[in-house]
Write a protein that binds this ligand. Structure first.
Ligand code: MOS
Length: 763
């Protein structure tokens, strides 16, 4: 059987659309997901769901040693398994010069990326060393278990705490990741001289990505050799670019699609080895190939790095900070210097004349760490905010009062004004909603039944980024609008929000608007990351719709008896399917009448959205939050319940109240996870992560999540984006674990300086 041509996409059933009758929407409305029905009815096909006749199923064999060399494989039994077609290893993989050099992706850190099946070297435990290809998944899985490997082992170093003395400066920082700024004042002298101070070490273990959808790639090979690659990625164009470069395939030979992604918050920023191996297998066999990693194999690529931090804070007796010293050491691989921004936030959040920040790495025999939701800030701001809490007790001061005492009106790191910063409003509204004023200062003051009750708070901060993007729009004579950009929707609501922006811009009912994303052939869009998609792609969508408005206006003016003949575009609004003159009753034309004047040809527009860097550079741009939380601690069992969270967010203009709230809820749940549940335990002797399943790697379940109250304070940031939006993807997580940790101290008087805060640490 020959492999079929790729399915046309979007097929009508797969293209997310608002429900008929949704009607007119405005920016800010709580619009339900346009992809909701497609997903819950099972019509949305994820990367590993695609099937074509004749395709092969691939199962990866992972290394069982952390470092060494493959001496030989015994593949006889595996090859003899019925329905097995082939087994790829470093010995028989396709060879091309490009495969020796071009593995860098758009978000790669400095160094040289891991190249799967490149040679006999084993660089980390769980490294993919063979790929079994069979006519059924079951056959491939069975055969994969029959592969035996003879290794020559070498000594490995996988434990961060055992190798801190090897900490070195990062060799470089990738775009968007700034090294710590130069010291300000003399932080050490100020610390030594201060009347009140704290000096504390914090530790956070490695955390692994566990989205619902496992990482997967399906390569559909057309009869002409064209590859349509369904990849679990946050950026189809990044995956396409890497495949083209690694395998020397022109842009027209490969299309990458990711119309549906079952969760990803950093795991899909970089192309994973499943992409490379699936394409390699397809080229090797000239067949379509589907490769889905197992849940256990989700622990064999990047993770949030294990990190050790020391924070020293000093203050006058009135609470004024006089010194901030924040040092961090994190793990990286031998291959790359993975960096994140861990300590820099400590120089941005509070006023202090003396600041010293330091960040170092230790190379280990592990896979390179990678971004995970709010990379750097999740643990860096955690340490700062727990330290601030510790300082508040040392001062005998309310923790919120301490933050307000040191509130920074200008960015202390740069002395620049903020584009917008309504953090004070977050503190005020959040505290009021929570009832913070009733909090007793002393720990162990509240008890209910057999549980101690504690209240804690923390500040959150995240970047407000904008990249560049293109968008294309086609307005059909019947008033249907199609907008497209190679954006992604990792479950965040991109489909919905982009359609909403376009519908609002042109006054169209939402069900008349289609937003297409998730295809590398669409207009350029960045990877969905850094909480920048709305400010970036949303602004491109707004821009292309404004071009359409201009085009419609030009046409409308020329229509006989047009009410717009002498008007200016600024006087026109697009409202409920019509153009109308602001404030002039009856001066309007239905859009379909305007479009009819074009003689039935669709109106098309393209737009390139470039950030206004000259303007943006004059401001510090960030989102902020204030998190208040209540915990109940059973001291005998050491169990902690996070019974109440109020998260007050300042993230610019909120485009969709419903999907934005959902982002913050998800961030809070992840914060609970960071505080209480997640940690990958490494076994030093074997050099591998041991708890690689949901039985032992804990994430919150429904019973762990109680009352979460999200509130957005008013902010409208026209510096960050023309929409006024900043971004809500990551800010919801930052500070949550610190607020929980601080609440646990308030409940118990016990300060836990490592995450997760498991029962053994609380008892
Ligand atoms: Mo995010 S960690 O930029 O997906």
């Amino acid at each position: 059987m020959t492999a079929a041509h790729p399915q046309p996409w979007p097929s009508p059933s797969q293209q997310p659309m608002a429900e008929p009758g949704t009607g007119y929407v405005q920016i800010g409305d709580a619009v339900a997901r346009t992809d909701g029905r497609t997903k819950v009815t099972g019509q949305a096909l994820y990367a590993g769901d695609h099937f074509v006749a004749g395709m092969l199923f691939a199962v990866v064999v992972s290394s069982t040693i952390a470092r060494g060399r493959i001496v030989r494989f015994d593949l006889d039994r595996a090859r003899a398994t019925p329905r097995v077609r082939d087994i790829l290893t470093h010995e028989n993989r396709p060879r091309k010069r490009s495969m020796d050099i071009f593995y860098k992706d758009m978000t790669a850190p400095g160094g040289s990326p891991f190249k799967p099946l490149h040679g006999d070297a084993v660089l980390y435990s769980g490294q993919p060393i063979a790929v079994v290809l069979a006519e059924t998944f079951e056959a491939a899985r069975e055969a994969a278990q029959l592969v035996t490997v003879e290794y020559e082992t070498a000594a490995h170093e996988t434990e961060l705490l055992a190798h801190l003395q090897r900490a070195h400066e990062p060799k470089g920082f990738k775009a968007g990741y700034a090294p710590p700024p130069k010291p300000k004042g003399d932080a050490d002298a100020a610390f030594a001289a201060a009347p009140v101070k704290i000096d504390a070490q914090y530790y956070s273990g490695a955390e692994h990505h566990n989205p619902m959808e496992m990482h997967a790639t399906t390569v559909v090979r057309g009869e002409d050799g064209h590859l349509t690659v369904y990849d679990k990625t946050q950026g189809s164009q990044n995956s396409r670019w890497v495949v083209s470069r690694v395998f020397g395939l022109g842009k027209d030979k490969v299309t990458v699609r990711n119309p549906f992604v079952g969760g990803a918050f950093g795991s899909g920023l970089r192309p994973q080895y499943n992409l490379i191996l699936a394409v390699m297998a397809s080229l090797h066999t000239a067949c379509s190939v589907r490769l889905v990693l197992t849940r256990q194999q989700m622990f064999t690529f990047g993770h949030r790095p294990e990190t050790v931090q020391r924070v020293r804070l000093a203050a006058e007796r009135d609470g004024m900070l006089t010194s901030i010293i924040h040092e961090a050491v994190a793990e990286t691989s031998r291959l790359e210097d993975y960096v994140e921004v861990v300590v820099n936030w400590s120089g941005q959040l509070y006023m202090s004349d003396n600041v010293r920040l330091d960040y170092k790495l230790v190379d280990l025999d592990r896979y390179s760490p990678m971004d995970m939701r709010a990379p750097g800030a999740a643990h860096g701001v955690h340490a700062l905010e727990v330290a601030m809490d510790e300082l508040s007790y040392a001062l005998g001061m309310d923790p919120l009062a301490l933050r307000l005492r040191n509130y920074a009106e200008l960015d202390p790191a740069t002395d620049l004004p903020h584009s917008t910063k309504e953090l004070k409003a977050c503190y005020a509204h959040g505290a009021e909603r929570f009832g913070w004023a009733a909090r007793p200062l002393a720990p162990r003051s509240m008890r209910e039944g057999h549980e101690l009750v504690g209240w804690g708070m923390a500040t959150g901060v995240w970047d407000a980024l904008q990249m560049f993007a293109r968008a294309r729009a086609v307005l059909h004579p019947d008033g249907r609008l199609e907008v497209s950009s190679a954006a992604s929707d990792i479950g965040t609501g991109t489909y919905t929000v982009m359609a909403q922006i376009a519908a609002a811009a042109l006054g169209l009912p939402l069900e008349k608007v289609t937003f297409r994303l998730g295809d590398s052939t669409l207009p350029v869009a960045p990877i969905e990351g850094g909480s920048s998609h709305v400010a970036t792609v949303g602004s491109a969508v707004q821009g292309v719709c404004e071009k359409l408005r201009k085009a419609l206006f030009k046409i409308a003016r020329k229509i006989d008896g047009s009410p717009f003949a002498k008007a200016r575009l600024a006087d026109v609004e697009f409202h409920r399917g019509a153009m109308r003159l602001k404030g002039v009753a009856g001066a309007q034309l239905p859009l379909v009448d305007v479009l009819a004047a074009t003689g039935g040809t669709p109106l098309e527009a393209k737009y390139l959205m470039l950030p206004h860097m000259l303007k943006q550079r004059k401001y510090s741009r960030a989102t902020h939050s204030a998190v208040f939380c209540e915990v109940r601690v059973d001291e005998e069992l050491g169990t902690v319940r996070v019974t109440r969270v109020v998260s007050a967010i300042a993230a610019g203009r909120i485009i969709n109240a419903r999907t934005a709230r959902s982002q913050i809820l998800g961030g809070v749940v992840w914060g609970i996870s960071q505080a209480l549940h997640e940690e990958a335990h490494s076994d030093g002797a074997q050099g591998r992560f041991m708890n690689h399943s949901f039985a032992e790697y804990h994430i919150p379940v429904q019973a762990d999540v109680h009352d979460i109250d999200v509130l957005f304070v008013d902010e409208d940031d026209r510096i960050v984006s023309r929409l006024g939006a900043k971004g809500v993807g990551e800010i919801g997580m930052v500070g949550v674990a610190a607020a929980i940790s601080n609440a646990i101290f308030h409940a118990t008087g016990r300060r836990v300086r490592s995450t997760p805060i498991t029962p053994d640490k609380v008892m």
